[in-house]
Structures are given as structure tokens and as C-alpha cells.
Design a protein around this ligand. Structure first.
Ligand code: PMP
Length: 408
């Protein structure tokens, strides 16, 4: 394990780790659903609400000006974190809103019969918006199949491409299995075929370096709550050359340069895409959370989480009947497994009694879990984050073993 990684200090940054569940110390292994929040981010958030409340971009008074500056600094923090330009960063309320935004705003450029490719690994948030616009505009939605390992079948992707393909919407990391897709290979092929690309970074943002310049996609989305920030804030990154063509999907205050009784003129990007009072405090807190991550270092985080995952995989694979889905080499911080004859929700409930939080079921990825992998018992998903330690991994493996002895 990395010597650079001060796990004791990091754990002390997260007060929630000190609580007990049913008299057991909390072991939080559900960070893929949402991460815990560091005290310094929450302290800054409460300081904003207690002493700095104002609305932004509107008033001449000092409080408003200060908060407007903080909000734009948060945008700068996000831009730096993903190596983007500031005007390419649009604040939304989360990944789901960001994808719906692109689907609603961009679909008008597709003609009837145009094709969208997504993968079988996608979260429902990266499926339903495309199903909706496919129905509304007469588009064709195609799914890249998985291999038996759970990894995507690249050859199947290339076979799906036709002259009518307009968009590829692909997750960087599967929230259900933790598999990281080799997205650059997909992007290279898509570019050659003039296909626009949307990347879902919701699950990868907290442990993999995201560099939109290197990736060279057209849209990238993620949520703040998966990277130590509050809920209610997300990001839609749009490549600069598309900002002018993209239509705001909602309109209102704060996004115009002028309005008369019949019409309005839009403000420049990104403000034209942020109608109404934005989630000001949440956006500023996201900026602080990203600084927190930067101080630890994403490569350190990646290496640390991978070392925990390796130990977790090793422990679980020794338990009779446990089947881990997806090769270890393709995953960083998620281990999902099935046990023959045992429903995942029974495992989840028994672990919960011991203070261990994991997620069970279909993980908002029903087409993957049920249709593609044919799993009817749900998956037990253990997801790791920066604050987990080896003792927790060992305790979890031990508890899974005991649960299964009780259930079989
Ligand atoms: N995509 C992926 C890969 C996710 O993991 C999630 C959250 N589980 C989402 C999309 C949706 O994110 P949100 O609920 O924050 O909008």
C-alpha cells in the first residue's frame, strides 16, 4: 500500500465514520451510491449558509458580489479538475439532469432514423433519456453487448456503426460492476465515423484522472455527491465548439442578455444554460470537495483503492459459492458478486445488522444485470472509497462468510 497515503488522517476527516449502527462501528462500503462528506467541506458549506447567504449575479451589494466570485471560482476548480475551459462547465443538479439536458437539447439535430449507440453497462440515467428521445423523434437506439466477463464487446460496437449513427453515450465506469471501459478506443472509432460522444463519468470521477482534452469527447457528465460534495449539484461539460449550437432546455431568469414582451436574447455560455437561481452553495462546496481530492492526489487514491480491492477480491473469492463479476484488472474500487441460490437482499440485510453498508439488487442497471448477465438474485456490491481501510475489508469478508453459513 502507498506510503504517501495517510489513511488515519483521511479517516479523521469523515465524522460519519465514528457512528455506530446497531452498536457496531459503521463500515461504509456503499460509496458508489454516494460518498461520505469530509468535515472541512461541510464546515465551509455551513459557513456559507450561516454568514454568507445572498443570491448571485444579480445585486450590487457586497454579499452578492462575494458569493458570485465564489461560484465562479467553483467553476474554475471544476474546469481545472477535468482540464477544461471555464465556459465549457455548466452546473446542473446531477448526472441525470446533465444527460437529460443533452438528450433534449441535442436530439433536434437528428433526423428520423438516426442512430444512437449506448452500452449494456449503462445506468438507467444513461438509458431512459435516449429511449425517450428515440420514441419522440423516431430514432434507433442500439446497445453494445457484454462479453461473459461483463466487459463490453468492442467488436460488437464497431459492427453497430452505420452512416446513420450520430451519438455514442458511454459510461467510463459501470456503477454495477465497477468495470472501467477503455473509452479512448471507443472515442477513436467514433471520431473516425463523425459520431458525437457523451461520457458518463459519475462513477469514475472520484478515483480516475479525468482529462477532457485527452479524452476528446463532446460531452462529459458527473455528480458532486459521488466525489465528497453535497447532493443537488452536478456538471455538464460541453466542448466549446458545441456551446453555440446547444439549445438551453429550460429558460428563465439569469440566462438572458435582454428580454422584451415577445422574445429574448440569450446570455453567453455557460450562463445561458443555467436558468433560475442555481445550486449556489452546492456548487461552491463541490469546488471545495475537488480541492480536497486534489490535495490527496487522484493517482494516490486510485492506487490505494485498487490495493484494497485486490485484498477484497482475494478474500471473497476464497468463499465457497461466491462468484465475482468482472476481472480484477478492469476494476478499481467496486466488487460485485452473486452466490448461487442466495438472494443479494438477504446478504445485504444480514451485513447491515453488523453495521456494514453495502448495496444489493440491480443497481439501476436492470438491462445489464437481468437481460445481459441473466442474474435474478441481484448483485451484492461492495464499493470502496478513500476512507476505507484493510481492517474493514477483512471484517467484511468475514461477515459475508458468516452470513452465507447462516443462509445456506
Ligand atoms: N451514471 C452512473 C454511472 C451512476 O453511477 C449514477 C449514480 N448511481 C448515475 C449515472 C446517476 O447519477 P445521479 O443519480 O447522481 O444523477
Amino acid at each position: 500500500m502507498s506510503n504517501l497515503y495517510d489513511i488515519k488522517k483521511i479517516r479523521s476527516d469523515f465524522p460519519q465514520l465514528t457512528i455506530k449502527l446497531k452498536k457496531n462501528p459503521l463500515i461504509y462500503l456503499d460509496s458508489a451510491a454516494t460518498t461520505l462528506k469530509p468535515k472541512e467541506v461541510i464546515d465551509k458549506l455551513s459557513d456559507l449558509y450561516l454568514f454568507k447567504t445572498a443570491n448571485i449575479h444579480r445585486a450590487a451589494h457586497e454579499l452578492s458580489q462575494n458569493l458570485s466570485t465564489d461560484y465562479e471560482t467553483a467553476r474554475e476548480n471544476v474546469a481545472n479538475f477535468i482540464n477544461a475551459k471555464q465556459n465549457e462547465v455548466i452546473f446542473t443538479k446531477g448526472t441525470t439532469e446533465s444527460i437529460n439536458f443533452v438528450a433534449q437539447s441535442y436530439a433536434k439535430y437528428f433526423s428520423k432514423g438516426s442512430e444512437i449507440i449506448i452500452s449494456s453497462l449503462e445506468h438507467h440515467s444513461n438509458i431512459l433519456p435516449w429511449q425517450n428521445i428515440a420514441k419522440e423523434y423516431g430514432l434507433v437506439l442500439k446497445f453494445i453487448k457484454c462479453l461473459p466477463s461483463g466487459e463490453l464487446d468492442f467488436n460488437h460496437f464497431t459492427s453497430l456503426i452505420s452512416k446513420k449513427t450520430k451519438l455514442l453515450a458511454l459510461t467510463i465506469c459501470s456503477n454495477a460492476l465497477g468495470i472501467i471501459n477503455p473509452v479512448k478506443d471507443y472515442i477513436n472509432v467514433a471520431k473516425k465515423n463523425k459520431i458525437k460522444i457523451l461520457l458518463d463519468a459519475a462513477q469514475s470521477i472520484s478515483s480516475n484522472i479525468t482529462d477532457v482534452k485527452k479524452l476528446d469527447a463532446d460531452f462529459l457528465v458527473f455528480s458532486g455527491h459521488k466525489i465528497f460534495a453535497p447532493t443537488g449539484i452536478g456538471v455538464l461539460w460541453v466542448k466549446e465548439n458545441l456551446l453555440e449550437t446547444l439549445k438551453p432546455y429550460q429558460v428563465g431568469g439569469g440566462m438572458i442578455s435582454s428580454v422584451d414582451k415577445n422574445s429574448y436574447a440569450l446570455a453567453c455560455a455557460p450562463y445561458r444554460f443555467e436558468a433560475g437561481t442555481p445550486p449556489i452553495v452546492q456548487a461552491i462546496s463541490l469546488g471545495h470537495a475537488l480541492n480536497y481530492v486534489k490535495n490527496i492526489g487522484l493517482q494516490n487514491i486510485h492506487d490505494y483503492e485498487k490495493s484494497l480491492l485486490t485484498a477484497l477480491d482475494e478474500g471473497l473469492s476464497k468463499i465457497d459459492g461466491v462468484k465475482i463479476i468482472g476481472p480484477l484488472k478492469s476494476r478499481v474500487n467496486i466488487c460485485s458478486f452473486t452466490v448461487e441460490g442466495v438472494h443479494s437482499s438477504d446478504i445485504g440485510q444480514l451485513l447491515s445488522v453488523q453495521g456494514i453498508c453495502v448495496r444489493t439488487g440491480n443497481h439501476c442497471a436492470q438491462p445489464l444485470v437481468v437481460e445481459e448477465l441473466g442474474i435474478n438474485t441481484g448483485l451484492t456490491r461492495i464499493s470502496l472509497s478513500i476512507y476505507n481501510n484493510l481492517e474493514e475489508v477483512v471484517a467484511c469478508v468475514d461477515s459475508v462468510k458468516k452470513c452465507l453459513e447462516m443462509l445456506r
